[in-house]
Design a protein around this ligand. Structure first.
Ligand SMILES: [Fe+2]
Length: 232
């Protein structure tokens, strides 16, 4: 399949967060998925250098580990802020419903509701690329022990919305803690230790309930800030 858009992957080393810039090479219309507040100057510089007109910033969810750059980017560029509808974020310009299509240049992007890590988790499908936030990670998945997390909901989301995509679909997550930058749906169906090899809901739930993870360092700061679309 020929893609009609350009694509850049960015990394925030303090929080291990990936952000993704996609843009149309002709119209220069672009979108940024999961921008990080501390990296807004870097992102703005890239936009300036490549002469990109930022149409949307898209949040995969209300993050607990970093503050979004969405509000700052809206002030600087006018980019509209997109959250999944179930995130119920009042400051968003677009609350994307499951299956809703947004466009940049001549490219369509489809929002896929993938709750379970949080209520409002949304993945974004652009041609044969899927941006999964913390719903499905490379050889892992988002935790389900706070922010309305629920293993059963996450299992259902991953199976109906993500594992149902063609196996060749490239997967770009919200984070990776081992330096891996991308995967594919087929790879995760085969090798994801929590979900691959057709793991049952019971097996998955047991794995998730035995993780006993630390409380996220920035949660008390990041959650209220992100419900406000980030810091100005
Ligand atoms: Fe998260």
């Amino acid at each position: 399949m020929t893609t009609h858009f350009e694509f850049r992957q960015f990394f925030d080393r303090d929080t291990w967060t990936y952000s993704y810039l996609l843009f149309d090479p002709l119209s220069k219309e672009g979108i940024l998925i999961d921008p990080v507040f501390e990296q807004v100057q870097r992102d703005l510089q890239t936009l300036r250098e490549l002469k990109i007109k930022l149409k949307y910033t898209l949040e995969t969810h209300v993050h607990a580990d970093h503050i979004t750059g969405a509000r700052a980017l809206r002030e600087q560029t006018g980019a509209k802020i997109v959250y999944g509808a179930a995130a119920q974020v009042a400051c968003a310009d677009v609350l994307a419903q499951d299956g809703e299509t947004l466009t940049f240049g001549s490219t369509n992007l489809r929002a896929l509701a993938t709750p379970g890590h949080t209520n409002g988790c949304t993945s974004y499908l652009v041609e044969n690329l899927v941006f999964t936030g913390d719903a499905l990670l490379i050889r892992g998945c988002g935790r389900t022990d706070f922010q309305q997390g629920n293993p059963e909901t996450l299992y259902h989301s991953i199976h109906t919305q993500l594992f149902s995509l063609p196996e060749s679909t490239k997967l770009y997550p919200g984070h990776d803690y081992k330096g891996v930058m991308s995967s594919s749906i087929g790879e995760e169906k085969a090798f994801n230790p929590r979900l691959g090899q057709n793991k049952s809901l019971e097996e998955f739930t047991q794995i998730m309930n035995q993780l006993h993870l630390d409380y996220p360092k920035k949660l008390d700061v990041a959650l209220p800030a992100n419900l406000n679309c980030g810091t100005a």
